[in-house]
Write a protein that binds this ligand. Structure first.
Ligand code: TPP
Length: 204
């Protein structure tokens, strides 16, 4: 089954879900040392709070880098399934990455965007998605045919199951609420990088 064969939602009909809950649901399904890159913003906080796997990387510095980092990992390690978790604000800052992902069509790459319509971590300033911008439409326009809005939690889980088995790249968008993250990442960039590279067998 492909994502296109699953029921689809639109941004307007997608249920407002909770980012911490969605991170926990994802992590609970990981069994094969999949890599997960949590973007700056609350995505990496909730990834951290979902259980600290050494195959998780937590982006502390710049917006928009979860997808490029995940792309690099997926390119270097095609046997490993790689997830990028990104906020809508950060994704909007690095939109060109979607075209790069589409052009290379890595089968092992999954992008999950948590769209809360705001830059929540810096004070809840509204992003473009709270006005008129549809990230799934943008991803499709960038060439990512397998782009879908998750209708609700059960659909989100179905999409993750498909993405864990089927050929990517996948772009899964979830509308999320305004709840604060469930934890705060340890702010030690060197430790985060070292542990991640070691877990991926990429230490120098
Ligand atoms: C290039 C860059 N610009 C601005 C910032 C400051 N900044 C850090 S996180 C963030 C908001 C992130 O918003 P989003 O990705 O939507 O995630 P959310 O906080 O809503 O989870 C901002 C403005 C930064 N770290 N890097």
């Amino acid at each position: 089954m492909t994502a296109n064969e699953l029921k689809s939602a639109s941004r307007d009909t997608a249920r407002l879900m909770n980012r911490s809950d969605l991170c926990r649901r994802l992590v609970a399904k990981l069994k094969q040392e999949e890599a997960v890159i949590g973007g700056i913003g609350n995505s990496h906080f909730d990834l951290w709070a979902s259980g600290q796997r050494p195959q998780n990387f937590y982006m502390l510095g710049s917006m928009g880098l979860a997808v490029p980092i995940a792309f690099g990992v997926a390119l270097a390690q095609p046997q490993r399934r790689v997830f990028a978790l990104e906020g809508d604000g950060s994704l909007l800052m690095q939109l060109g990455a979607l075209g790069t992902v589409a052009r290379h069509a890595l089968k092992n790459l999954v992008i999950i965007v948590f769209d809360n319509g705001m830059y929540q971590i810096t004070g809840a300033q509204p992003t473009l998605t709270s006005y008129c911008t549809d990230l799934v439409a943008m991803a499709k326009g960038a060439g990512l045919a397998q782009s879908v809005w998750a209708a609700d939690e059960a659909h989100y889980e179905e999409l993750i199951d498909v993405a864990l088995k089927g050929e990517g790249p996948w772009f899964i968008a979830a509308r999320t609420d305004q709840q604060p993250p469930a934890g705060v990442t340890e702010r030690d960039a060197a430790k985060i990088r070292g542990r991640f590279m070691q877990a991926l067998g990429a230490s120098r």
